[in-house]
Every structure is written in structure tokens, then in C-alpha cells.
Design a protein around this ligand. Structure first.
Ligand SMILES: [Zn+2]
Length: 150
């Protein structure tokens, strides 16, 4: 099934708009940080259709903004560490990615989504989960970028 956003034949219009809506829902977790939200939108829109379909079909998939600064107060009731991720397949992104260089931020977002897609496991013959996430992110068009936390 093809679901390319760049190509809108009438018969796929309904599923494409459902996909856009779902993408906007995921990205809305980052709405306080518009640059980050835009970056998340752009990575989600670029994912292969089968990858996005896997996330969309899984109610345990979620994206969250990192929220563990002491004294800032959690907006969620969950007392767990790592930012109110009460679901098992949860991508947590740092606020810093709003200000980080574009290539680095996109790479990190894709890498974290790759972990979620791989359920924190390996990919094919790649058993190291970090290498697997990097390889999968690269296959989506996001090469590993150097860590540059300015
Ligand atoms: Zn990783």
C-alpha cells in the first residue's frame, strides 16, 4: 500500500489525511517548542509508509517532551522518571533539540524513532541496538550527525 504524501491520487486521500492527523497529534507533544515540533513533523512525514503504519497501529507508541527538571512540576500525574512515559514504546525528546543544529536534531529524532520501531532491539544482522538505530535512521535519510551540544 502506497501512502506517499507527495502523491495524492483520490483513492488514498482519506488514509493520507488520517496519517497527517496522526502525525500532527504525535508532534503536538512538542508544541511549546515550535522548531522542535517542525523537526518532528518533518521526520515523521518522511518515514517509510510501513514504519509509520506500525507506529499508528500501536496504542503503546507515543512521543513525549523530556520533562524531568526538578522544581518545574510535572504536567502529568505519573511519578515515574523519564517524563510521563506510561506506555511501552515511547520516544522522549529533549527540549534542547529545539535549538540544536538541524542535521543533529533530525538525526536524533530519527534515531529515537528507529529504536521505537525496532523495539529497542537489533536490525537484521546488527545486534547492537545503537548501531541498529543508526543504520535504520540512515536508511530513512538521516545520517549520524556529530554530537554538538554547542
Ligand atoms: Zn540510541
Amino acid at each position: 500500500m502506497s501512502d506517499e504524501t507527495s502523491d495524492f491520487p483520490p483513492k488514498t486521500r482519506a488514509s493520507s489525511s488520517a496519517k497527517s492527523q496522526r502525525i500532527e497529534e504525535y508532534a503536538s507533544a512538542f508544541s511549546e517548542f515550535p522548531v522542535l515540533e517542525t523537526r518532528v513533523l518533518s521526520v515523521l512525514r518522511s518515514l517509510p509508509a510501513e514504519v509509520f503504519a506500525d507506529f499508528a497501529a500501536d496504542s503503546t507508541f507515543a512521543m513525549r517532551l523530556e520533562d524531568y527538571q526538578p522544581g518545574k512540576g510535572s504536567k502529568m500525574f505519573m511519578p515515574l522518571p523519564s517524563s510521563g512515559c506510561e506506555v511501552s514504546r515511547c520516544v522522549v525528546l529533549r527540549k534542547k533539540l529545539d535549538r540544536a543544529p538541524e542535521d543533529f536534531a533530525l538525526y536524533i529524532i530519527a534515531h529515537e524513532l528507529a529504536h521505537a520501531f525496532l523495539r529497542n532491539g537489533g536490525w537484521g544482522e546488527i545486534t547492537d541496538k545503537e548501531e541498529a538505530a543508526d543504520a535504520l535512521a540512515l536508511s530513512w535519510g538521516y545520517p549520524k550527525a556529530k554530537l554538538r551540544w554547542f
